[in-house]
Design a protein around this ligand. Structure first.
Ligand SMILES: [Fe+2]
Length: 183
């Protein structure tokens, strides 16, 4: 609640904050249009889910833009995109970007906390975490389907078991599980 109020105040001060974060993310990823596209789509779904689930879009949207920001350093330093390296490398970069944009410490702390474990939900997560996790999962399923890297059965399993919010799961069912009529 505290975070929510504070981040809303910050948004009143700077309604374009999320767009500035998007610009910084694009600059950071530079020519890597695949990552830019991924982060942008996660932000789009995360915003919808945040509204439906009563999360805070002012937290969720910047988090979505920055959630994979550690991937370049993970590749450079550890020659790996493993979640643990992304979780380690992401928060300092996310913090630097948000400090540059004069975000409040409360917002920076919440965004960095989510970025720093976004593949590994803890037993009790905030709704902002859950929304980001589900939006990322949807985009990852979309990407894997497009690249033929995942079977229909595996998609069905993910959709039934992995989603953390009802709205996320409903969105995934509508997107990925063909209705009987269409089969
Ligand atoms: Fe992601």
């Amino acid at each position: 609640m505290g975070n929510r109020l504070r981040s809303e105040l910050m948004v009143e001060k700077d309604p374009l904050f999320k767009d500035r974060v998007a610009v910084e993310m694009r600059k950071y990823f530079n020519t890597d249009s695949r990552r830019i596209d991924h982060a942008s789509r996660v932000a789009l779904y995360a915003e919808k889910l945040a509204v439906e689930e009563n999360g805070d879009p002012a937290v969720v949207i910047p988090t979505a833009y920055l959630h994979d920001i550690g991937i370049k350093e993970a590749e450079r330093k550890h020659k790996s995109t493993a979640a643990r390296y992304q979780h380690e490398e992401g928060p300092p970069i996310a913090r630097e970007i948000m400090e540059k944009l004069a975000a409040t410490e409360e917002l920076i702390t919440e965004v960095c906390d989510i970025v720093g474990h976004h593949h590994n939900p803890r037993p009790h997560e905030s709704i902002n975490f859950k929304v980001l996790y589900d939006a990322d999962l949807i985009v990852n399923i979309e990407d894997n389907l497009r690249e033929n890297k995942i079977s229909a059965e595996a998609v069905r399993k993910l959709v039934t078991k992995r989603f953390l919010t009802l709205s996320g799961q409903k969105m995934a069912v509508a997107m990925f599980i063909p209705s009987k009529k269409e089969v």
